[in-house]
Design a protein around this ligand. Structure first.
Ligand SMILES: [Ca+2]
Ligand SMILES: [Ca+2]
Ligand SMILES: [Ca+2]
Length: 309
C-alpha cells in the first residue's frame, strides 16, 4: 500500500488505508513549486509528459496506477507561460524501461484544461479539474500540451519522460525523446465496476448497469448474426438478426474489385452483386459483413462467385 496514498495523506492530517473498492489518489503530492520553464515550450510541437515516478517521503511510486478505474479529478500544480495554457490530461502506457528512456503509448485522454498564468509570482496554486478518463492498473499519468510549467527538478532527477511530438491515440508505443523532473499532477481514481467509463462514486448514477443512468437502455454489445448466406447467379440472399449496414466486397488476390453497402432491417434479405469492373469468366471471393448502429461487426461470410455475363 505504500505505493499509493489517499486524500488524507495529501492534506497532512491522517493516513489510512482505503478499502479496495473506494477511490484512491495517485500521483505527485504537489508539495514543490514548478522549477522548470516548461519542457514542451522549447519544442516545435506540443509534447506528452509522462510521469513514471512521483517522489514521496522515502518511497517512490513507479508502479503506475494501483487499480483499474476512472480518473474523475485531475490536479495540476503549475502555471501557463506567458498566458493561460491549454493542456490535456492523459493516461500513458509506459514500458521498456532503461536508463534515461522508456517506451510510451497513449491511453485515454480527457477534455482540455486551462491552466492560469502565474500573475503574482508567489506560491503556485494547485488547480483541480473534473474529468473522465479510464485508467488501468499499471498505467501512468501524463499531460499533453505546451507552454505550461508543471515539473520540479531536484538535483537533476529524471522522473518524467518527454515524448516529442506528443503521443497519439491508437499509435504504437515509441521511445521517449528525453527526461525531466517530477511532473506535478495528481488524480483521483474511482472504481468502475460496471466498466461504463463513468466513476462509480460521483459520475455513475447506475452502478448496476453499464450505462450512466438506469433509465438508459443497455448498450448494444452484440454483433449482428449473419446466417443463411447463399449465392444464386448474381443474387445474394442472407438472413440478419438486427438492423445493420451490410457491406459486400468482391475480392480477388486480396484486393477489392467491387463493393456495395446497404442498410437493412432484420430478417431475410436479397441483394444483387455489383459486377461493374469485373472480368467475365473470372472467379472472385464475395465477403459479406454487417455492422449494427453501435459499431458491432459480424464475423464475415465468404462465398465464391464466377462472373458469367
Ligand atoms: Ca461505472
Ligand atoms: Ca453505470
Ligand atoms: Ca447489436
Amino acid at each position: 500500500m505504500n505505493r499509493l496514498f489517499i486524500g488524507g495523506v495529501v492534506l497532512g492530517t491522517l493516513a489510512f488505508a482505503a478499502p479496495a473498492d473506494a477511490a484512491v489518489t495517485v500521483g505527485s503530492r504537489l508539495i514543490n513549486d514548478p522549477a522548470n520553464s516548461g519542457e514542451c515550450a522549447m519544442l516545435a510541437s506540443p509534447c506528452t509528459l509522462a510521469a513514471r515516478i512521483h517522489p514521496q517521503d522515502g518511497s517512490l511510486n513507479d508502479a503506475g496506477a494501483p487499480v483499474d478505474g476512472v480518473v474523475t479529478r485531475f490536479r495540476i500544480k503549475g502555471y501557463g507561460i506567458a498566458g493561460p495554457a491549454t493542456v490535456r490530461p492523459r493516461v500513458v502506457r509506459l514500458g521498456g524501461f532503461r536508463p534515461g528512456a522508456a517506451d510510451g503509448a497513449a491511453g485515454a485522454t480527457g477534455e482540455p484544461l486551462v491552466v492560469p498564468t502565474d500573475d503574482d509570482g508567489t506560491d503556485v496554486p494547485v488547480h483541480a479539474y473534473s474529468t473522465r478518463m479510464t485508467i488501468r492498473r499499471g498505467e501512468f499519468l501524463g499531460l499533453d500540451g505546451t507552454n505550461v510549467a508543471a515539473t520540479y527538478n531536484s538535483s537533476g532527477d529524471a522522473f518524467t519522460y518527454v515524448f516529442d511530438p506528443g503521443l497519439v491515440t491508437g499509435a504504437a508505443a515509441r521511445p521517449s525523446s528525453s527526461v525531466t523532473g517530477e511532473l506535478l499532477v495528481q488524480a483521483d481514481i474511482e472504481p468502475d465496476a460496471d466498466r461504463d467509463g463513468f466513476g462509480d462514486e460521483t459520475q455513475d448514477t447506475c452502478v448496476a448497469s453499464d450505462t450512466k443512468r438506469c433509465s438508459d437502455s443497455p448498450r448494444d454489445t452484440t454483433a449482428p448474426g449473419l446466417t443463411k448466406a447463399r449465392l444464386r447467379g448474381r443474387t445474394l440472399s442472407f438472413s440478419i438478426s438486427e438492423a445493420a449496414t451490410v457491406t459486400v466486397r468482391i475480392r480477388r488476390s486480396g484486393r477489392t474489385a467491387a463493393k456495395r453497402t446497404v442498410r437493412v432491417g432484420a430478417g431475410a434479405k436479397r441483394l444483387t452483386l455489383p459486377t461493374r469492373g469485373l472480368r467475365r469468366g473470372r472467379r472472385y471471393e464475395v465477403r459479406v459483413t454487417a455492422a449494427d448502429p453501435a459499431g458491432n461487426v459480424s464475423k464475415p461470410k465468404t462465398l465464391r462467385f464466377t462472373v458469367s455475363r
